[in-house]
Design a binder for this molecule. Structure first.
Ligand code: SF4
Length: 709
């Protein structure tokens, strides 16, 4: 039982959005307890258990900060001074360089209400086309593939409980045992019931460790593996012909392509033994129900959409989406990755998953907002292109960042840091002085997760309420209040009355009505009474949609689409100068750019510094000793990292987690120019790298710095 003052809410981190109870002890310290919610059934991971430390963090920002001259120090300022300076800076930039010279960058951790308000602020108060968000770096390929194949982007088109009943599961490029551990109880139950569990990943991750089959493919060969599996399914008569005939279109061309991907050839491309490909295909094709789950591994590539479509083709061929406990889904990563991409903070989108270049959609949203349709800007630059356009040459002269730490999380961060320094105005709203906030001209301190109300949409498409447990500290504002105050200064105050989260959600519901992501029938009261409500939910009487694809798909004719995709090579392959594949990812103790998790003492102690994982045999050829500091270089830059021997990684591959800034930042190494042509996602998962030994004195200086930090 919780104490009377306890608040039932949700975790501040990932898309599982575990239920938790937040309460204060008699000394006033905040503590978290797991809560029995359908996603986590009382379980929490280490990040969730320690999340309350963020509320008492000693380096919390409690006053706006301003920088008087470029290169000078940040100093405390009052709210009026900070907001007046921002408004004046925006006006000056737009008067000199046009509306689109002021850009907005949001985050997949923002609540639905904030994501909605940020999109509305950009289009009405700033009148800029240039708004996008860091979800573009995360789930964009899966979203684009889902829309193409099924007509709708629902990360998981089924509730988590379906996992336990699946006869066979294939996870490609995902490591939920580290990124969202409580979800593993569903996979554990699936294996207990006799289901097959297959993981495809270049590393033998803790998730792969639990699998019946680990397909240790070379980075960048996901589509080849998926098409090779389809080849065996076709060859051995495992296609669900009835499902394909009744509920899909386009199979014949996909079948023809698959015939050229015989197992020996796929073994040569992927490095996965042909015998394992055959076994995996039979496990999936012969199961009564199969579930195929993609994650960032195949998606964060320049062929991310095609990789995902290749996996969807396989799922369709075996009839997975037509059966209970089956289907294709994406393991969404960011806390509100799903909701964040539905309500208008994407460059090409308006609320309800409407298209900004569709005249009907523009008119619908303009009517809700009380503006003329023609006054709404058109599509803007996608995240990578927007960040590539920062500075005088690119034309974007000012940037407002909300809930994102781009100087750690965006690709090619050395280049980005140089571009940020040329901006006329960089404003960052954050609870902490993140690496990006530290580079800003003006920093606005904002409330964090348990300090304000809002809704989130988890990886299942379940809309939940993250309830407020406490007031923010004195001096701290909320994102919504900041947007309202700035809109007032920019002459658009009437459109931003500064309402409560529930009132903003009511407007969002109206704006989403009739759209693909229809929230019209969801209310705070229903969320509380029903443990969340699944969208689409068009009316108060509608039960919500747990499994949208069981009977039909959201395409014009109700049929899913096969897509004729082939294996394509990554932008960079290992060569003489850069002989390793480099891939990046997450570790158990940290979340995304680490702006929150690095501040939690237990999490910092569990994993205090960045590292590069390398196979011991590969390390020995370079005379690199376990735990020494080494240099990892790519064509973009050089990071300094502690070598970590691991037999779990391929001999030709290095793995670097991306949770740190400074010279340990993984994204110094990644590329901003290799983008998927559809989703515009950067190729975070693969580039060519070299690894070199450092002079002993330099290495020990860095080692000392990091271990005493
Ligand atoms: Fe749950 Fe994710 Fe929070 Fe861990 S980080 S407690 S898995 S929501």
């Amino acid at each position: 039982m919780s104490s009377p003052a306890a608040t039932e809410t949700h975790c501040p981190y990932c898309a599982l959005q575990c239920g938790m109870t937040l309460s204060q002890d008699i000394d006033g310290r905040w503590a978290v307890a797991g809560r029995d919610f359908p996603t986590n059934k009382g379980g929490l991971c280490r990040k969730g258990w320690t999340a309350a430390a963020l509320l008492d963090a000693p380096d919390r920002l409690t006053t706006p900060l301003v920088r008087d001259v470029k290169g000078g120090a940040l100093r405390p300022a009052g709210w009026d001074e900070a907001l007046d300076r921002i408004a004046a800076g925006i006006r000056a930039i737009q008067a000199a360089h046009g509306r689109d010279a002021m850009a907005v960058f949001g985050g997949g951790g923002l609540t639905n209400e904030k994501a909605y308000l940020l999109g509305k602020f950009a289009r009405i108060a700033l009148g800029t086309a240039n708004i996008d968000y860091n979800g573009r770096f995360c789930m964009a390929s899966a979203a684009a593939a889902g829309i193409r194949a099924f007509g709708i982007d629902r990360g998981l088109p089924f509730p988590l409980e379906d996992i336990a009943g699946a006869g066979a599961i294939l996870i490609v490029g995902g490591n939920p045992a580290e990124t969202m551990p409580p979800i593993m109880q569903y996979f554990d139950e699936q294996r207990r019931r006799g289901g097959h569990f297959i993981v495809a990943d270049p590393r033998r991750t803790p998730t792969a460790d639990q699998a019946d089959l680990h397909l240790q493919l070379a980075p960048g060969t996901d589509a080849a593996l998926a098409i090779g599996l389809l080849h065996v399914v076709v060859r051995d008569n495992l296609v669900d012909r009835d499902f394909v005939a009744r509920r899909t279109t386009g199979f014949e061309e996909v079948r023809r392509i698959a015939m050229a991907y015989w197992p020996d050839r796929v073994e040569r491309i992927t490095g996965v033994p042909a015998a394992l490909i055959e076994r995996a295909a039979h496990m999936l094709g012969e199961a009564a129900s199969a579930m195929l789950l993609s994650a960032r591994g195949p998606e964060q590539q320049r062929h991310g959409v095609d990789n995902t479509l290749a996996l969807i083709n396989l799922a369709l061929a075996i009839g997975a989406p037509g059966r209970p406990h089956g289907g294709w889904g994406c393991l969404t990563g960011q806390g509100n990755g799903q909701g964040g991409r539905e309500h208008g903070q994407k460059a090409d989108q308006l609320p309800g998953y409407r298209k900004i270049d569709n005249p009907k959609h523009r008119a619908e949203i303009a009517a809700i907002w009380g503006v003329a349709p023609d006054s709404l800007p058109g599509p803007g630059l996608s995240a990578s292109e927007l960040l590539g356009a920062l500075g005088p040459e690119g034309g974007v002269r000012g940037l407002f960042v909300m809930a994102s730490n781009i100087l750690v999380s965006a690709p090619d961060t050395d280049r980005l840091r140089g571009a940020v320094d040329t901006l006329d105005l960089l404003v960052v709203a954050d609870a902490f002085l993140s690496e990006t906030a530290a580079a800003a001209d003006i920093v606005l301190p904002v409330a964090q997760w348990a300090e304000e109300d809002g809704t989130m949409t988890n990886l299942e498409g379940r809309v939940i309420r993250r309830a407020k447990a406490k007031d923010p500290p004195p001096g701290v504002s909320t994102d919504g209040a900041i947007l309202s105050a700035l809109a007032g200064r920019l002459g658009a105050g009437a459109h931003f009355p500064g309402e409560t989260a529930e009132q903003t959600f009511a407007e969002l519901r109206r704006a989403s009505a009739g759209g693909v992501a229809d929230y019209a029938g969801i209310s705070f009261a229903r969320i509380a009474a029903e443990d969340g409500v699944f969208w689409p939910c068009p009316t108060a009487e509608h039960p919500g949609t747990q499994r949208p694809f069981l009977e039909t798909f959201a395409t014009d004719d109700g049929r899913a689409r096969f897509h004729a995709v082939r294996h394509g090579e990554p932008a960079e392959l290992p060569d003489e100068a850069y002989p390793f594949y480099l891939t990046t990812g997450r570790v158990l103790a940290h979340y995304q750019s680490g702006a929150q998790s690095r501040r939690v003492p237990e999490l910092h102690a569990a994993q205090p510094e960045p590292f590069v994982e390398i196979h011991p045999e590969a390390a020995r050829t370079l005379a690199i000793v376990d735990a020494e500091i080494v240099r990892v270089s790519t064509r973009r830059g050089t990071a300094e990292l502690r070598a970590r021997y691991s037999h779990a990684i391929r001999m030709d591959t290095l793995f670097v987690p991306f949770h740190w800034g400074g010279r340990g930042n993984a994204n110094i190494l990644t590329s901003n120019s290799a983008l998927d042509p559809v989703s515009r996602i950067p190729e975070f998962k693969i580039c060519a790298a070299q690894l070199t030994k450092m002079a002993a004195a330099d290495a020990s200086d860095i080692s000392r710095e990091r271990t005493t930090a």
